[in-house]
Ligand binder design. Structure first.
Ligand code: ZN
Length: 94
C-alpha cells in the first residue's frame, strides 16, 4: 500500500523536481521510465467460476471487480495489488 502512494508521489512531482533532487541528473527521463517499470501490468490468470464452472481469463491486478461473464458472480476483487480471487485459479496465462 505504501509503495503505491510513493509511486503516485513520484508521478506527481514530474521530471523537473526529480532532477532538482539530484537523482535524475545523469539521465533525463530515466526516472520516468523507471516509474513506468514499477507500474508494469500484471499477468493474466485463468480462473474457473465456482458457481457455473465457466473458465475465464482475468487480469491479475484488476482496478475493479471482475465478474463471471456467464453468471455474473464476482471472480476477483481489486486490492491495490494482485486481485483477491474468489474463483478457483487454474494458473497463469502465457
Ligand atoms: Zn459463473
Amino acid at each position: 500500500m505504501r509503495r503505491v502512494q510513493e509511486k503516485a508521489h513520484e508521478k506527481g512531482i514530474q521530471g523537473k523536481e526529480i532532477r532538482a533532487d539530484g537523482q535524475g541528473v545523469a539521465a533525463e527521463g530515466t526516472e520516468i521510465l523507471h516509474v513506468e517499470e514499477i507500474e508494469m501490468p500484471g499477468k493474466f490468470i485463468k480462473v474457473k467460476c465456482e458457481k457455473c464452472k465457466n473458465e475465464q481469463v482475468i487480469f491479475e491486478k484488476p482496478a475493479s471487480n471482475v465478474k463471471c461473464l456467464v453468471c455474473g458472480e464476482v471472480l476477483a476483487e481489486p486490492t491495490g495489488g494482485k486481485a483477491r480471487v474468489r474463483a478457483k485459479v487454474l494458473g497463469p496465462v502465457k
